[in-house]
Design a protein around this ligand. Structure first.
Ligand code: DC
Length: 240
């Protein structure tokens, strides 16, 4: 039997490439856990906003995140994001608000914050040995040893169009040009960050999702994972 007791699958890529939805769908299809690392950085930004900490003060934010006991409740589907300080709160929705989306760019560029998050993400993987993890640095920095690595991409226009559709479906008025500008600015910030910049990890399978539906992307990734699992080192027979 192939050794399938543990598998780490990383999905990296720029904002709006569909990583979260694809990662969640793939994890569901494989019956394994899903880690949204963007939510963790957004959580750090929310803690900083709530505690009134300067968004460029990495050590203070890392200490506040520690104090807040930022964590996932894995009983939820998707897992809920909780904090105990400055208030005991479920911040799963709060992290998607506009001020958190704005604050996460400077917060996620702070080396002290990144170091704390990388440590937490590795600890989560140790507790969830079969996991799909999604972000910007998962295959390059956090889990360079991952069994399967993906890099999802799509043209900036397609990413802006998808985001606009999502917002319209949620009943919001949108300016697509403004969304496109936001995406280009985030691409630039993610790629030019000194610590853990967005890049194609070594050994990653690059998938351009521009002309693919969500279902097609998930099916494609599932095929790659099946092939990788079939080729995984077989368990050694017990020594005589
Ligand atoms: O995927 P997202 O939009 O929820 O990510 C929020 C922010 O966090 C985004 O600006 C990039 C940053 N991020 C990061 O720096 N490293 C990760 N592994 C995940 C997200």
């Amino acid at each position: 039997m192939p050794d399938v007791t543990s598998i780490t699958i990383t999905i990296d890529g720029p904002a709006g490439a569909g990583k979260s939805t694809v990662a969640r769908g793939l994890a569901c299809r494989l019956g394994i856990d899903f880690l949204d690392t963007g939510a963790m950085y957004r959580g750090a930004a929310v803690v900083a906003l709530m505690a009134g900490i300067n968004l460029e003060d990495g050590p203070a934010i890392a200490a506040a995140v520690d104090r807040s006991r930022l964590r996932f409740d894995w009983d939820g589907s998707p897992p809920r994001l909780l904090i105990d300080w400055p208030e005991a709160l479920d911040i799963s929705r709060r992290i998607r608000e506009a001020d958190a989306t704005k604050a996460v760019t400077p917060v996620s560029a702070q080396p002290a914050v990144r170091a704390a998050m990388v440590q937490r993400q590795r600890a989560i993987r140790d507790e969830h040995p079969q996991i799909v993890t999604e972000g910007r640095d998962q295959g390059s920095v956090v889990f360079p040893d991952a069994g399967v690595k993906f890099y999802l991409d799509a043209s900036p226009e397609t990413r802006a169009c998808r985001r606009a559709l999502e917002l319209r479906e949620a009943g919001r008025e949108v300016d697509e040009q403004q969304i496109l500008e936001g995406i280009l600015a985030r691409d630039h910030a993610d790629q030019s960050r000194a610590d853990g910049p967005l890049c194609v990890p070594e050994g990653a399978i690059v998938v351009d999702t521009t002309d693919l539906t969500l279902e097609q992307v998930i099916a494609l990734l599932d095929e790659y994972v099946k092939t990788a699992r079939a080729q995984a080192p077989r368990s050694r027979p017990a020594d005589p």
